[in-house]
Design a protein around this ligand. Structure first.
Ligand code: LLP
Length: 409
Protein backbone atom coordinates (compact mmCIF):
# COMPACT_ATOMS: atom_id res chain seq x y z
CA UNK A 1 0.00 0.00 0.00
CA UNK A 2 1.46 3.35 -1.04
CA UNK A 3 0.53 6.94 -0.20
CA UNK A 4 -0.05 9.02 -3.34
CA UNK A 5 -1.20 12.65 -2.92
CA UNK A 6 -2.12 12.08 0.72
CA UNK A 7 -4.26 9.04 -0.20
CA UNK A 8 -3.49 5.39 0.30
CA UNK A 9 -3.59 3.29 -2.81
CA UNK A 10 -3.24 -0.37 -3.77
CA UNK A 11 -2.29 -0.52 -7.47
CA UNK A 12 -4.08 2.82 -7.93
CA UNK A 13 -7.22 1.62 -6.11
CA UNK A 14 -8.34 3.61 -3.06
CA UNK A 15 -9.08 1.28 -0.10
CA UNK A 16 -11.67 3.65 1.38
CA UNK A 17 -13.60 3.52 -1.88
CA UNK A 18 -13.34 -0.29 -1.85
CA UNK A 19 -15.06 -0.33 1.55
CA UNK A 20 -17.75 2.00 0.20
CA UNK A 21 -18.32 -0.36 -2.71
CA UNK A 22 -18.03 -3.77 -1.04
CA UNK A 23 -18.69 -2.96 2.62
CA UNK A 24 -16.59 -3.27 5.75
CA UNK A 25 -14.77 -5.25 7.03
CA UNK A 26 -13.08 -6.36 3.83
CA UNK A 27 -10.06 -8.49 2.97
CA UNK A 28 -8.11 -7.04 0.05
CA UNK A 29 -5.23 -8.84 -1.70
CA UNK A 30 -2.68 -7.27 -4.00
CA UNK A 31 -1.90 -9.76 -6.78
CA UNK A 32 1.17 -7.72 -7.75
CA UNK A 33 2.75 -8.44 -4.36
CA UNK A 34 2.12 -12.18 -4.76
CA UNK A 35 3.73 -12.11 -8.21
CA UNK A 36 6.75 -10.26 -6.77
CA UNK A 37 7.20 -12.69 -3.86
CA UNK A 38 7.02 -15.75 -6.14
CA UNK A 39 9.64 -14.19 -8.40
CA UNK A 40 11.87 -13.35 -5.41
CA UNK A 41 11.86 -16.97 -4.26
CA UNK A 42 12.44 -18.32 -7.76
CA UNK A 43 15.37 -15.92 -8.26
CA UNK A 44 16.93 -16.86 -4.92
CA UNK A 45 17.02 -20.55 -5.89
CA UNK A 46 17.75 -20.20 -9.59
CA UNK A 47 20.92 -22.25 -9.08
CA UNK A 48 19.11 -25.50 -8.23
CA UNK A 49 16.10 -27.46 -9.47
CA UNK A 50 13.65 -25.79 -7.09
CA UNK A 51 9.87 -26.22 -6.91
CA UNK A 52 7.48 -24.11 -4.88
CA UNK A 53 4.62 -25.97 -3.24
CA UNK A 54 2.45 -23.16 -1.85
CA UNK A 55 1.17 -24.09 1.64
CA UNK A 56 -2.37 -23.07 0.85
CA UNK A 57 -3.55 -23.23 4.45
CA UNK A 58 -2.33 -19.63 4.49
CA UNK A 59 -4.97 -18.51 2.01
CA UNK A 60 -7.31 -20.73 0.00
CA UNK A 61 -9.21 -18.10 -1.89
CA UNK A 62 -9.68 -19.69 -5.32
CA UNK A 63 -8.49 -16.52 -7.05
CA UNK A 64 -5.22 -16.71 -5.08
CA UNK A 65 -4.87 -20.41 -5.94
CA UNK A 66 -5.54 -19.63 -9.62
CA UNK A 67 -2.87 -16.93 -9.56
CA UNK A 68 -0.38 -19.38 -8.01
CA UNK A 69 -1.12 -21.90 -10.72
CA UNK A 70 -0.68 -19.26 -13.41
CA UNK A 71 2.73 -18.44 -11.88
CA UNK A 72 3.86 -22.07 -12.07
CA UNK A 73 3.63 -22.63 -8.33
CA UNK A 74 2.41 -26.06 -7.16
CA UNK A 75 0.47 -26.87 -3.98
CA UNK A 76 0.90 -28.29 -0.51
CA UNK A 77 -2.39 -29.28 1.13
CA UNK A 78 -3.32 -30.66 4.54
CA UNK A 79 -6.91 -31.78 4.07
CA UNK A 80 -9.36 -33.17 1.51
CA UNK A 81 -10.94 -29.69 1.44
CA UNK A 82 -7.70 -27.99 0.41
CA UNK A 83 -7.05 -30.81 -2.06
CA UNK A 84 -10.47 -30.29 -3.67
CA UNK A 85 -9.87 -26.55 -3.91
CA UNK A 86 -6.58 -27.15 -5.68
CA UNK A 87 -8.27 -29.53 -8.13
CA UNK A 88 -11.04 -26.99 -8.64
CA UNK A 89 -8.62 -24.40 -9.99
CA UNK A 90 -7.07 -26.93 -12.35
CA UNK A 91 -4.14 -28.46 -10.47
CA UNK A 92 -3.46 -32.06 -11.47
CA UNK A 93 -3.22 -34.52 -8.59
CA UNK A 94 0.50 -35.02 -9.21
CA UNK A 95 1.14 -31.29 -8.69
CA UNK A 96 -0.22 -31.52 -5.17
CA UNK A 97 1.59 -32.72 -2.06
CA UNK A 98 -0.58 -33.89 0.82
CA UNK A 99 1.07 -33.22 4.19
CA UNK A 100 -1.28 -34.73 6.76
CA UNK A 101 -1.03 -34.57 10.51
CA UNK A 102 -2.46 -37.76 11.97
CA UNK A 103 -5.46 -37.83 9.61
CA UNK A 104 -7.74 -40.86 9.03
CA UNK A 105 -6.14 -43.14 6.43
CA UNK A 106 -9.09 -42.88 4.04
CA UNK A 107 -8.08 -39.24 3.49
CA UNK A 108 -4.63 -40.42 2.50
CA UNK A 109 -5.94 -43.08 0.12
CA UNK A 110 -8.24 -40.60 -1.63
CA UNK A 111 -5.32 -38.21 -2.19
CA UNK A 112 -3.00 -41.02 -3.33
CA UNK A 113 -5.59 -42.37 -5.75
CA UNK A 114 -5.96 -38.90 -7.25
CA UNK A 115 -2.21 -38.82 -7.88
CA UNK A 116 -1.02 -36.68 -4.97
CA UNK A 117 2.28 -37.40 -3.26
CA UNK A 118 1.89 -37.93 0.48
CA UNK A 119 4.29 -36.80 3.15
CA UNK A 120 4.03 -39.77 5.50
CA UNK A 121 4.09 -38.31 9.01
CA UNK A 122 4.03 -41.29 11.38
CA UNK A 123 5.28 -44.85 11.68
CA UNK A 124 1.73 -46.31 11.78
CA UNK A 125 0.89 -44.44 8.55
CA UNK A 126 4.11 -45.73 6.98
CA UNK A 127 3.17 -49.29 7.95
CA UNK A 128 -0.33 -48.81 6.48
CA UNK A 129 1.14 -47.21 3.36
CA UNK A 130 3.44 -50.21 2.85
CA UNK A 131 0.65 -52.73 3.44
CA UNK A 132 -1.72 -50.87 1.13
CA UNK A 133 0.52 -49.81 -1.73
CA UNK A 134 3.76 -51.76 -1.40
CA UNK A 135 6.02 -50.36 -4.10
CA UNK A 136 3.23 -49.10 -6.36
CA UNK A 137 2.88 -45.49 -5.13
CA UNK A 138 5.60 -42.97 -4.33
CA UNK A 139 5.72 -41.14 -1.02
CA UNK A 140 7.81 -38.66 0.91
CA UNK A 141 8.61 -39.20 4.58
CA UNK A 142 8.26 -36.28 6.96
CA UNK A 143 11.07 -36.37 9.50
CA UNK A 144 11.28 -34.33 12.69
CA UNK A 145 14.87 -33.11 12.84
CA UNK A 146 14.58 -31.90 16.47
CA UNK A 147 15.47 -28.31 15.63
CA UNK A 148 13.76 -25.47 17.53
CA UNK A 149 13.66 -22.20 15.61
CA UNK A 150 11.57 -19.09 15.15
CA UNK A 151 11.02 -18.04 18.76
CA UNK A 152 7.26 -18.64 19.16
CA UNK A 153 6.58 -22.14 20.50
CA UNK A 154 3.03 -22.10 19.12
CA UNK A 155 4.30 -22.07 15.55
CA UNK A 156 7.37 -24.29 15.93
CA UNK A 157 7.00 -27.72 14.36
CA UNK A 158 10.34 -29.53 14.42
CA UNK A 159 11.48 -29.32 18.05
CA UNK A 160 11.73 -32.47 20.14
CA UNK A 161 8.28 -32.08 21.72
CA UNK A 162 6.47 -31.33 18.47
CA UNK A 163 3.73 -33.70 17.27
CA UNK A 164 4.78 -33.35 13.63
CA UNK A 165 6.68 -35.92 11.57
CA UNK A 166 8.72 -38.96 12.58
CA UNK A 167 11.63 -38.21 14.89
CA UNK A 168 15.02 -38.83 13.28
CA UNK A 169 15.75 -40.82 16.42
CA UNK A 170 13.39 -43.45 14.93
CA UNK A 171 15.19 -43.63 11.60
CA UNK A 172 16.08 -47.32 12.07
CA UNK A 173 12.38 -48.17 12.42
CA UNK A 174 11.56 -46.06 9.36
CA UNK A 175 14.13 -47.90 7.30
CA UNK A 176 13.01 -51.31 8.56
CA UNK A 177 9.40 -50.55 7.54
CA UNK A 178 10.48 -49.19 4.15
CA UNK A 179 12.50 -52.36 3.51
CA UNK A 180 9.75 -54.66 4.78
CA UNK A 181 7.30 -53.42 2.12
CA UNK A 182 9.82 -52.11 -0.42
CA UNK A 183 8.13 -48.70 -0.11
CA UNK A 184 8.96 -46.26 -2.88
CA UNK A 185 10.39 -43.34 -0.91
CA UNK A 186 11.08 -40.55 -3.40
CA UNK A 187 11.70 -37.76 -0.94
CA UNK A 188 12.39 -36.65 2.60
CA UNK A 189 10.50 -33.74 4.09
CA UNK A 190 10.84 -31.47 7.08
CA UNK A 191 9.15 -28.24 8.17
CA UNK A 192 10.87 -26.37 10.97
CA UNK A 193 8.10 -23.89 11.78
CA UNK A 194 7.06 -20.33 10.94
CA UNK A 195 8.77 -16.94 11.23
CA UNK A 196 12.32 -18.16 10.63
CA UNK A 197 14.57 -15.38 9.47
CA UNK A 198 18.09 -16.75 9.38
CA UNK A 199 19.57 -19.41 7.13
CA UNK A 200 21.17 -21.14 10.13
CA UNK A 201 18.12 -23.15 11.39
CA UNK A 202 17.28 -24.17 7.81
CA UNK A 203 20.86 -25.33 7.34
CA UNK A 204 20.84 -27.17 10.66
CA UNK A 205 17.58 -28.95 9.81
CA UNK A 206 18.86 -29.60 6.29
CA UNK A 207 22.04 -31.23 7.55
CA UNK A 208 19.95 -33.68 9.63
CA UNK A 209 17.79 -34.47 6.59
CA UNK A 210 20.83 -34.79 4.29
CA UNK A 211 22.44 -37.25 6.65
CA UNK A 212 19.26 -39.32 6.82
CA UNK A 213 18.92 -39.09 3.02
CA UNK A 214 22.13 -41.07 2.52
CA UNK A 215 20.19 -44.12 3.70
CA UNK A 216 17.49 -43.79 1.02
CA UNK A 217 18.96 -44.64 -2.38
CA UNK A 218 16.03 -43.66 -4.63
CA UNK A 219 15.35 -40.08 -3.63
CA UNK A 220 14.29 -37.48 -6.15
CA UNK A 221 13.35 -34.68 -3.75
CA UNK A 222 14.32 -32.96 -0.54
CA UNK A 223 11.40 -30.89 0.76
CA UNK A 224 12.49 -28.23 3.24
CA UNK A 225 8.98 -26.99 4.15
CA UNK A 226 8.13 -23.34 4.61
CA UNK A 227 8.50 -20.82 7.41
CA UNK A 228 10.36 -17.86 5.89
CA UNK A 229 9.81 -14.84 8.09
CA UNK A 230 7.90 -11.84 6.83
CA UNK A 231 8.05 -8.32 8.17
CA UNK A 232 5.05 -7.74 10.44
CA UNK A 233 6.58 -4.73 12.21
CA UNK A 234 8.04 -1.87 10.14
CA UNK A 235 11.32 -2.33 12.01
CA UNK A 236 11.37 -6.12 11.62
CA UNK A 237 14.17 -7.52 9.58
CA UNK A 238 12.75 -10.15 7.31
CA UNK A 239 14.36 -13.14 5.67
CA UNK A 240 17.01 -11.91 3.26
CA UNK A 241 15.96 -14.31 0.56
CA UNK A 242 18.93 -13.67 -1.67
CA UNK A 243 21.50 -14.55 1.02
CA UNK A 244 19.42 -17.43 2.33
CA UNK A 245 19.11 -18.73 -1.23
CA UNK A 246 22.86 -18.61 -1.73
CA UNK A 247 23.59 -20.39 1.56
CA UNK A 248 21.00 -23.12 1.14
CA UNK A 249 21.89 -23.59 -2.52
CA UNK A 250 25.56 -24.13 -1.59
CA UNK A 251 24.67 -26.69 1.11
CA UNK A 252 22.22 -28.47 -1.19
CA UNK A 253 24.69 -28.70 -4.08
CA UNK A 254 27.29 -30.08 -1.75
CA UNK A 255 24.79 -32.70 -0.53
CA UNK A 256 23.78 -33.64 -4.10
CA UNK A 257 27.44 -34.17 -4.96
CA UNK A 258 27.81 -36.52 -1.99
CA UNK A 259 24.52 -38.26 -2.77
CA UNK A 260 25.68 -38.77 -6.33
CA UNK A 261 22.71 -37.22 -8.12
CA UNK A 262 21.09 -33.82 -8.57
CA UNK A 263 17.80 -33.87 -6.66
CA UNK A 264 14.92 -31.39 -6.67
CA UNK A 265 14.66 -28.97 -3.77
CA UNK A 266 11.10 -28.17 -2.71
CA UNK A 267 9.83 -25.42 -0.44
CA UNK A 268 6.32 -24.97 0.95
CA UNK A 269 6.00 -21.33 1.92
CA UNK A 270 2.69 -19.86 2.97
CA UNK A 271 3.37 -16.52 4.65
CA UNK A 272 6.27 -15.54 2.42
CA UNK A 273 4.07 -15.66 -0.67
CA UNK A 274 0.81 -14.14 0.57
CA UNK A 275 1.14 -12.38 3.95
CA UNK A 276 2.24 -9.00 2.65
CA UNK A 277 -0.30 -9.03 -0.15
CA UNK A 278 -3.26 -8.91 2.23
CA UNK A 279 -4.97 -6.09 4.11
CA UNK A 280 -7.93 -6.39 6.43
CA UNK A 281 -9.88 -3.15 6.11
CA UNK A 282 -12.10 -2.36 9.09
CA UNK A 283 -14.10 0.68 10.19
CA UNK A 284 -13.78 2.51 13.49
CA UNK A 285 -17.11 2.38 15.28
CA UNK A 286 -16.90 3.73 18.85
CA UNK A 287 -14.12 5.78 20.45
CA UNK A 288 -13.95 5.28 24.21
CA UNK A 289 -11.73 7.69 26.11
CA UNK A 290 -11.33 5.54 29.22
CA UNK A 291 -9.09 6.72 32.09
CA UNK A 292 -6.78 3.74 31.45
CA UNK A 293 -6.70 3.60 27.67
CA UNK A 294 -8.08 5.38 24.65
CA UNK A 295 -10.01 2.57 22.96
CA UNK A 296 -10.95 2.45 19.30
CA UNK A 297 -13.55 -0.22 18.60
CA UNK A 298 -13.71 -1.53 15.06
CA UNK A 299 -16.35 -3.55 13.19
CA UNK A 300 -14.28 -6.73 13.34
CA UNK A 301 -12.57 -8.86 15.94
CA UNK A 302 -10.69 -12.06 16.65
CA UNK A 303 -13.32 -13.78 14.52
CA UNK A 304 -11.75 -12.22 11.42
CA UNK A 305 -8.08 -11.93 12.38
CA UNK A 306 -7.11 -14.17 15.27
CA UNK A 307 -3.31 -13.83 15.04
CA UNK A 308 -2.90 -11.01 17.63
CA UNK A 309 -4.91 -12.91 20.25
CA UNK A 310 -3.65 -16.38 19.34
CA UNK A 311 0.06 -15.69 19.00
CA UNK A 312 0.47 -12.16 20.39
CA UNK A 313 1.32 -11.16 16.82
CA UNK A 314 1.97 -7.58 15.83
CA UNK A 315 0.02 -6.32 12.81
CA UNK A 316 0.83 -2.83 11.63
CA UNK A 317 -2.23 -0.56 11.41
CA UNK A 318 -2.80 2.39 9.06
CA UNK A 319 -5.55 4.96 9.25
CA UNK A 320 -6.25 5.02 5.55
CA UNK A 321 -9.01 7.64 5.88
CA UNK A 322 -6.78 10.17 7.62
CA UNK A 323 -3.11 9.56 6.77
CA UNK A 324 -2.04 13.09 7.74
CA UNK A 325 -4.03 13.27 11.01
CA UNK A 326 -2.34 14.30 14.24
CA UNK A 327 -0.73 11.30 15.97
CA UNK A 328 -2.46 9.94 19.10
CA UNK A 329 -2.13 6.75 21.08
CA UNK A 330 -4.93 4.22 20.79
CA UNK A 331 -5.76 0.71 21.90
CA UNK A 332 -7.53 -0.92 18.96
CA UNK A 333 -10.11 -3.51 19.95
CA UNK A 334 -12.83 -5.54 18.25
CA UNK A 335 -16.56 -6.00 18.75
CA UNK A 336 -16.46 -9.59 20.03
CA UNK A 337 -17.73 -10.27 23.56
CA UNK A 338 -14.34 -11.52 24.63
CA UNK A 339 -11.00 -9.75 24.90
CA UNK A 340 -9.99 -9.16 21.31
CA UNK A 341 -7.24 -6.59 21.34
CA UNK A 342 -5.59 -5.93 17.99
CA UNK A 343 -3.05 -3.42 19.34
CA UNK A 344 -2.28 -1.82 22.70
CA UNK A 345 -1.15 1.82 22.95
CA UNK A 346 -0.50 2.14 19.24
CA UNK A 347 0.30 5.53 17.74
CA UNK A 348 -2.02 6.31 14.82
CA UNK A 349 -3.09 9.42 12.94
CA UNK A 350 -6.24 10.75 14.64
CA UNK A 351 -9.03 8.17 14.36
CA UNK A 352 -12.60 9.38 13.95
CA UNK A 353 -15.73 7.18 13.95
CA UNK A 354 -16.19 5.93 10.40
CA UNK A 355 -12.49 6.00 9.52
CA UNK A 356 -11.18 2.98 7.65
CA UNK A 357 -8.19 1.29 9.28
CA UNK A 358 -6.03 -1.28 7.53
CA UNK A 359 -4.36 -4.22 9.28
CA UNK A 360 -1.32 -5.09 7.21
CA UNK A 361 0.13 -8.56 6.57
CA UNK A 362 -3.33 -10.07 6.67
CA UNK A 363 -2.94 -12.18 3.53
CA UNK A 364 -1.72 -15.30 5.35
CA UNK A 365 -3.69 -17.03 8.11
CA UNK A 366 -6.24 -14.20 8.14
CA UNK A 367 -9.39 -15.31 6.38
CA UNK A 368 -8.47 -19.01 6.58
CA UNK A 369 -8.38 -18.85 10.38
CA UNK A 370 -11.55 -16.77 10.67
CA UNK A 371 -14.73 -18.00 12.33
CA UNK A 372 -18.38 -17.21 12.90
CA UNK A 373 -17.94 -16.66 16.64
CA UNK A 374 -20.67 -14.46 18.13
CA UNK A 375 -22.74 -15.37 15.04
CA UNK A 376 -20.80 -12.85 12.99
CA UNK A 377 -20.46 -13.30 9.26
CA UNK A 378 -17.08 -13.48 7.56
CA UNK A 379 -15.96 -10.55 5.39
CA UNK A 380 -15.91 -10.34 1.61
CA UNK A 381 -12.59 -10.64 -0.24
CA UNK A 382 -11.28 -8.54 -3.13
CA UNK A 383 -8.28 -9.26 -5.34
CA UNK A 384 -6.57 -6.37 -7.10
CA UNK A 385 -4.53 -7.61 -10.02
CA UNK A 386 -3.27 -5.78 -13.09
CA UNK A 387 -4.83 -2.59 -11.68
CA UNK A 388 -8.32 -4.11 -11.51
CA UNK A 389 -10.23 -4.82 -8.30
CA UNK A 390 -12.57 -7.83 -8.35
CA UNK A 391 -14.80 -9.32 -5.69
CA UNK A 392 -13.48 -12.87 -5.16
CA UNK A 393 -15.71 -13.88 -2.24
CA UNK A 394 -18.98 -12.30 -1.23
CA UNK A 395 -19.69 -11.41 2.37
CA UNK A 396 -21.52 -14.14 4.25
CA UNK A 397 -25.14 -13.62 5.23
CA UNK A 398 -27.33 -14.76 8.09
CA UNK A 399 -28.62 -17.51 5.79
CA UNK A 400 -25.07 -18.83 5.48
CA UNK A 401 -24.84 -19.04 9.26
CA UNK A 402 -28.16 -20.88 9.55
CA UNK A 403 -27.72 -23.20 6.57
CA UNK A 404 -26.31 -26.20 8.47
CA UNK A 405 -28.60 -26.03 11.50
CA UNK A 406 -31.53 -28.44 11.83
CA UNK A 407 -34.51 -26.61 13.21
CA UNK A 408 -36.44 -29.06 15.38
CA UNK A 409 -39.72 -27.22 15.68
N1 LLP B 1 4.59 -26.64 5.47
C1 LLP B 1 4.01 -27.22 6.53
C2 LLP B 1 4.09 -28.65 6.70
C3 LLP B 1 3.35 -26.41 7.47
O1 LLP B 1 2.79 -26.97 8.53
C4 LLP B 1 3.28 -25.02 7.28
C5 LLP B 1 2.60 -24.16 8.24
C6 LLP B 1 3.88 -24.46 6.14
C7 LLP B 1 4.55 -25.31 5.26
C8 LLP B 1 3.87 -22.99 5.83
O2 LLP B 1 4.49 -22.23 6.82
P1 LLP B 1 4.70 -20.64 6.55
O3 LLP B 1 5.61 -20.52 5.37
O4 LLP B 1 3.37 -20.07 6.25
O5 LLP B 1 5.27 -20.11 7.81
N2 LLP B 1 -1.02 -19.89 11.66
C9 LLP B 1 0.35 -19.53 12.02
C10 LLP B 1 1.38 -20.28 11.27
C11 LLP B 1 1.25 -21.78 11.45
C12 LLP B 1 1.42 -22.46 10.18
C13 LLP B 1 1.24 -23.93 10.26
N3 LLP B 1 1.95 -24.63 9.25
C14 LLP B 1 0.53 -18.03 11.88
O6 LLP B 1 -0.44 -17.34 11.55
O7 LLP B 1 1.61 -17.52 12.16
Amino acid sequence: MQVIDNQYSIQGVNPVELCQQYGSPLYVYDGGTIRRKVQELQDAFAGVKMKIKYACKANTNLAVLRLMRELGVELDVVSPGEFAMGRRVGYEGHQITFTPSGVPYHEVSTAVEEGATVNVDSLPLLEWFGQTYGNSKPCLIRLKPNVAAGGNIKIMTAHTDSKFGISVALLDKVIATVQKYNIKVVGLHQHTGSDIKEAEPFLRAASVIFEAAMQFPDLEVIDMGGGFKVSYHPEDTLTDMKTLGQQITAGFKDFCARYGRELELWFEPGKFLVSESGHLLVTATVLKDDPARFFVHVDSGLNHLIRPMMYGSYHHILNVSNPEGEKRTYTVVGYICETDTFATDRELPEVRPGDVLAFLNAGAYGFTMSSNYNARVRPAEVLIDNGQARLVRRRETLDDLLRTQEELL
